[in-house]
Design a protein around this ligand. Sequence first.
Ligand code: SF4
Length: 260
Amino acid sequence: MGHRLSYKSAIEWTEATWNPVTGCTQVSPGCDHCYALRFAERFRGVRGHPYEGGFDLTLRYARLSLPLSWREPRTIFVNSMSDLFHKDVPDEFVNGVFATMEAAHWHTFQVLTKRPQRAARMATVLPWPPNVWLGTSVETSAYLWRVDALRRVPASIRFLSCEPLLGSLGGLDLHGIGWVIVGGESGYGHRPPEIHWVREIRDLCASEDVPFFFKQWGGRFPKEHGRQLDGRTHDGRPPITPSRQLRTSATAAEGTSRGS
Ligand code: SF4
């Protein structure tokens, strides 16, 4: 799905990243230039490095409860270096990730997957607290079926990441979708989006009253062509989750009971 290692994220639409799983396998054209893969493979064989095993799928048990130690409320992108619903992540591990997200109710978790069909299959056995958002990536209209799978999941916010946008998403149905992010590809071999593909999604979001976030046009580096569309930026986001607002009273209670 994407990007960095550290909890401070450089991704524009989130604040922190948490990678209880790392490594993945490619499933569709949006994966062709997977940043996470290139990043991780640079360290294959480097003894003692977290990515000694390159991009091989690895369960990081020691990181499972990490967000519980972050006391300040954050928006957390889950598995920027993997896909939580990859078939090689056991059900029990997915359950563990959801247990942490449910317990860490003061954070907002954004889970992004290219495998929403598995999320839909597991939906009835997973908790869906209001602080867990689920999104899927859609790069061309050939993957609109992922949006239908996402709709079968009772997440409080279902969102789309249309990045890298590689074709028109004509026929996109935004019923039940609470946020749309669009971005062009960046880096070596980047495939630039056409402006009418982006306008089409912007206009659909406007007519359906869905927040629209335009991340970048892409290019050789992410900001090469900026992030304006028809003379303005688009920074739409869903409203803050109730769980984050609840944190105020939760913090006060913890402060009293733990004396910290
Ligand atoms: S699903 Fe995401 S993490 Fe996995 S290979 Fe594709 S882009 Fe990379």
